[in-house]
Design a protein around this ligand. Structure first.
Ligand SMILES: Nc1ncnc2c1ncn2[C@@H]1O[C@H](COP(=O)(O)OP(=O)(O)OP(=O)(O)O)[C@@H](O)[C@H]1O
Ligand SMILES: Nc1ncnc2c1ncn2[C@@H]1O[C@H](COP(=O)(O)OS(=O)(=O)O)[C@@H](O)[C@H]1O
Length: 199
């Protein structure tokens, strides 16, 4: 059931908030296979920005599934609901003039595009960061032993093995984590933000 009889209350605008806070808010949307390095790179970037005194917060797939999204599994519908909710949460952080970093596999193009639209329709920047690594590399890394379990059939609908991953078509930033070190990847993102006057 959807709510009726509700009215949007217009408070302080994003532009006013930027001038009062002195920082732009936006979403850095990481996407990629499990083990591609999203959380590792996002965490290092978050630390760098925090040390430079920016207001920044990271929403991480595994962590969010312990709380806000603990009612969701890994079917296509559940993943889409996972991403829909996080798109809304990230938009709120961005609107509050924080740098919101999301780190979710987010395997479906349509849901990632919806996340982008949700931001861009209200003038909030949305930067998609594709953390790309071939399946054989992430399977070798297998930091949580999940690929092994997926290959053995112990985990169903595992992204890259038994569930799809739709690659971004035109991401703002394309990182190849089998070629770039963690430090290089952070540097690529940092320079992009400087170049776009987002820092
Ligand atoms: N160049 C690299 N960039 C990023 N991570 C790397 C790199 N080389 C090796 N790694 C390692 O790969 C692993 C990536 O795991 P990480 O949890 O960051 O991936 P993820 O994409 O967030 O996965 P998940 O979706 O399962 O959370 C880490 O153990 C990290 O140390
Ligand atoms: N079937 C599965 N497919 C992918 N990741 C899984 C699966 N089961 C457990 N996981 C764990 O859940 C994390 C992925 O969660 P999300 O990023 O929240 O996924 S998403 O597809 O809905 O975006 C992975 O880091 C992995 O540790």
């Amino acid at each position: 059931m959807t709510a009726k009889n509700i009215t949007w209350h217009q408070g302080i605008s994003y532009e006013e908030r930027i001038s009062l806070r002195g920082q732009k808010g936006y979403t850095l949307w990481f996407t990629g296979l499990s083990g591609s390095g999203k959380s590792t790179i996002a965490c290092a970037l978050e630390e760098l920005l925090l040390k430079k005194k920016y207001s920044v917060y990271r929403l991480d797939g595994d962590n969010i599934r312990f709380g806000l999204n603990k009612d969701l599994g890994f079917s296509e519908d559940d993943r889409n609901e996972n991403i829909r909710r996080i798109s809304e949460v990230s938009k709120l952080f961005a609107d509050s003039c924080a740098i919101s970093i999301t780190s979710f596999i987010s395997p479906y193009l349509k849901e990632r595009n919806n996340a982008r639209l949700l931001h861009e329709e209200v003038g909030l920047p949305f930067i998609e960061i594709f953390v790309d690594a071939p399946l054989h590399i992430v399977e070798e890394r297998d930091p949580k032993g999940l690929y092994k379990k997926a290959r053995a059939g112990e985990i169903k609908e595992f992204t890259g093995i038994s569930a799809p991953y739709e690659k971004p078509v035109n991401p703002e930033i394309h990182i190849k984590s089998d070629e770039n070190t963690i430090e290089e990847s952070v540097d690529i993102i940092y320079k992009y933000l400087l170049d776009k006057k987002l820092l």
